[in-house]
Design a protein around this ligand. Sequence first.
Ligand code: NAD
Length: 451
Amino acid sequence: MTQVINPATGNVLTSVPSLGLAETDAAIERAHKVFPAWKAVAPGDRARLLRRFAALVDEHIDELADLEVRNSGHTIGNARWEAGNVRDVLNYYAGAPERLSGRQIPVPGGVDLTFHEPLGVVGVIVPWNFPMPIAGWGFAPALAAGNTVVLKPAELTPLTAIRLGELAGEAGLPEGVFTVLPGKGSVVGQRFVTHPAVRKVCFTGSTEVGKSIMAGCAEQVKRVTLELGGKSANIVFADADLAKAAASAPASVFDNAGQDCCARSRILVQRTVYDEFLGRLEPAVKAFRVEDPARETAEMGPLISAGQRASVSAYLDDADVAFRGTAPDGDGWWFPPTVLLAHSPADRHWREEVFGPVVSVLPFDTEEDAVRLANDTEYGLSGSLWTSDVGRALRMARAVETGALSVNSHSSVRYWTPFGGMKQSGLGRELGPDALLSFTDVKNVFISSED
Ligand code: NAD
């Protein structure tokens, strides 16, 4: 059993089983056995089951959100959005079974057809920072494409995934089609990599573990999607709406206490407006509400664990702190929003993913400098840029090496547009029209029309 802790209080909430190898193998084998029947479900019936699952999630939004507030310290507003995102992603991909068409390619002597065949059992491995959405981004398209799914939540945050697994059963998904397996990464997660019946691993987590999963999957030429770390840039030009750029910067990095792979944790400001920008940023950071995440007014809750707080705190050693916001004292893993001045792109807090409410600011001179500094990282997940010059916005949007970029905004993830990283931030794309096909293989069939 693993104890589940409320990060806002440090109190034990409950305990959940930590599955061993034999239980994991049994669940994978059940998913393997039921795969042919799930694949054969008529497209309209599979769509109906996914819509029913979505409807049940919708009926349980408050319950799921409350679980996430207590298990993960997410603000109640965010947690409701996250449960709603699972519903929306299920509904979006419920449209897929009836639209998963192949092609008919002109060939001499017959007809050539392509089919998008499901892979088999898909293993989804989820991190602790967004337990509900990241689970849904894996299981919804995988199930829609006709795969069966085994899902491992993070050790720290298993509660909402377990509840989603129950709701799937209540919605009528046959047993074994979608199974949630709480346990250790080194046991349950690793078995997804090594078990030959698992044909794809969909992993979200740290770059380090992602690399080992990719290497392990190579052994069986297993398909893999990786969503890994980030160190995204928020680039502010002198010609931007500075008031808006400064007012929106805190939420773009401190949302979810900075434990967000898309956090805009490097702010690049054109030197001519650097002082003015910092002057506007300070009151916005100080006004950021860090409090009991169950309160409707909360903008940020605690960090996930004592270990995470220690690792985030270490980035402040020897760093130049510009200013900080506030956070509650006492129990729980609280950490105030913190703004650091970078003196060189070699600074550790500028280069490494802190995964906490810490942002680094560095000035730049020219557009060319901004591109060079933004791209001077092995990550490439997200980012924002602020300018009133349309031509510059387009040049920059093409030049910054990142999987998703927003101009004059900090666009969050939308379930109907693709999401994923360039460089070491990941491999493949989730959400939108792209994700579905990554849970299939193309089969080409030639039918002779000769006598
Ligand atoms: P982590 O890599 O430690 O763990 C992620 C998951 O992998 C957990 O469920 C864990 O149990 C499992 N795991 C650990 N070792 C494993 C192994 N050897 N084999 C199989 N599974 C294993 O990451 P974390 O600390 O939970 O999450 C934080 C990281 O996730 C950050 O780096 C963050 O940037 C990244 N992240 C990326 C995205 C994205 O979409 N790109 C989204 C959220 C989080």
